[in-house]
Structures are given as C-alpha cells and as structure tokens.
Design a protein around this ligand. Structure first.
Ligand code: IPE
Ligand code: IPE
Ligand code: MG
Length: 246
C-alpha cells in the first residue's frame, strides 16, 4: 500500500498510544545472507528513526516490543547479541533528550544483567522530565507474566488487609500492571507478515486496532507508519457501543 495523499497532520485521528512489535530482523538478515545479529542492528536503527517520526506525527506514547519472555529460547549467542545491543543503545538514548522524549521500560528486569538494570534505571531517572512523548521499551516482557505479577501484588494487598477480594476490579488490575500509568494501546503495528500478538500487551490490547504489514522491521519507514495511522484513522472504534463514525 502506498501512502495516500491525505493531510496527515490536519485531518487524521492520530493514536495517542501506538504499540510496535519489531519483528522480521532475522528474515531481513537471512535475505541478504547476513548473520541474524546484523538484522537486529538494522532493526535498532529503525527504532531510532521511527521514534522520531512518532513524535513528529503527534503520538504521545509508543511502546516497542524489543524482547519477549519467550525470546530466551533462542540460541545463547543471539540472546547475548541482543542484550549487548540494548546496552550499547542505552548509552546512546541520551540523544533523545534533545527531542524531549522520555524513555521507560516494562517487563521483568530481574532476569537481566545487573549492569543493564542499572543503566535502565539511570536512563529512566534522567529522562523522567522529558515530556514531548513517552518511548516505552518492553524488555523481557510478556503479557501473561505481567498479569501474574499483578495478581501477586494484589494477593499481597489482600493478605495485608489493604483490600478485600470483592474489591478486585479492572481498575485495580490495570494499576498493578507494568504499564500502570500508561493509557491503553490504540493501535498495534506488526511488520513481517505475522498476524499475532505473541504475548504483547494482552490486557491493554482488549480494544486496540491492529495493523499488519509484510514489510520487515529493518525496512519499515516513516511512510509505513503514516500508512498505519491512515488505516487507523479510517476505523470505527465502537468499544461495544453503537457509535457511528462521522
Ligand atoms: C524481532 O525479529 C526481534 C526480536 C524478537 C528480538 P526476529 O528476530 O524475530 O526476526 P524473524 O522473525 O526471525 O525474522
Ligand atoms: C515477538 O516476535 C517478540 C518481539 C518482537 C520482541 P517473535 O519473533 O518472538 O514472535 P513469534 O515467535 O514469531 O510469535
Ligand atoms: Mg520474529
């Protein structure tokens, strides 16, 4: 699909929160006869470019699926390579400060190297004041793991008598997720041709719109992001009601 000539910043309904499943790095490398790690390296470049594009287009939150709780099943060499890439990128994300972009992380950090965990804390701390957009990185993130984590927190609240089981509702669950103060995801983009969530934001995506494209993540460009936003803009979100789009 080509970018239709529609005024992207005047007529469009730009999603507040976009989730992106950065998929297809391995296939991108394979197509070129390169090792998979080269695909991850290119994918990291796309991450930087698309983050800037999101900000430019007026998105307020963008959440990237960078490493899932299931991705540990990959060969150690690949996992180590991805972790090294995060490490390197965390040294560089400071340049987002010029863009006033806040960086934060979701997922279970306890399984990551302590040095990486420290860097993540530092980056979050220094970028807390940046307010043009939130860039959320899901690292060792799994939607089921997140829900387990929330259930444990809530069980402890019950144990300590802070709440009663009958008080448990959707609001309390939402407040105990890693994404507690982040609004629900409006649009989920998955490149690479796969049409599944792979455990990404499963609670938060209950009423999301989805946009799938065959483009591999390292090839994903601002034009593709605009196409996804155009498609979103044409959707009629009813949330179970009967509201017709104007
Ligand atoms: C996504 O690309 C990156 C991670 C999961 C870390 P893949 O590595 O899954 O690429 P494909 O799906 O093998 O092409
Ligand atoms: C989802 O991609 C996880 C990330 C992009 C981080 P995968 O490549 O791991 O998903 P599956 O295995 O194709 O479902
Ligand atoms: Mg994949």
């Amino acid at each position: 699909m080509f970018f239709r000539k529609k005024e992207i910043d005047t007529e469009l309904n730009v999603p507040v929160h976009i989730g992106i499943i950065m998929d297809g790095n391995g296939r991108w490398a394979k197509k070129r006869g390169l090792p998979r790690k080269m695909g991850h390296r290119e994918g990291a470049k796309t991450f930087r470019a698309i983050t800037r594009s999101c900000k430019k287009l007026g998105v307020k939150y963008v959440t990237y699926y960078a490493f899932s709780t299931e991705n540990w099943a990959r060969p150690k060499e690949e996992v180590d390579g991805i972790m090294d890439l995060f490490d390197k990128y965390l040294d560089e994300v400071n340049d987002f400060k010029d863009e006033n972009i806040r960086i934060r992380f979701i997922g279970d950090r306890s399984k990551l190297k302590p040095s990486l965990q420290n860097k993540m804390l530092n980056v979050e701390e220094t970028s807390r004041k940046y307010s043009s957009m939130d860039c959320v990185l899901a690292i060792n993130y799994g939607g089921r793991d997140e829900i387990c984590h929330a259930v444990k927190n809530i069980a402890e609240m019950v144990e300590f008598g802070a709440i009663k089981p009958k008080d448990i509702n959707e609001k309390i669950i939402t407040e105990n997720l890693y994404t507690q103060d982040i609004p629900p995801v409006d649009l989920i983009i998955r490149p690479s041709g796969e049409q599944r969530l792979s455990n990404f934001l499963i609670w938060q995506a209950a009423y999301s719109e989805y946009y799938f494209t065959n483009i591999l993540w390292p090839d994903f460009k601002e034009r593709d992001l605009k196409n996804a936003i155009l498609a979103y803009s044409d959707r009629n979100r009813r949330f179970g009601g009967v509201v017709e789009k104007k």
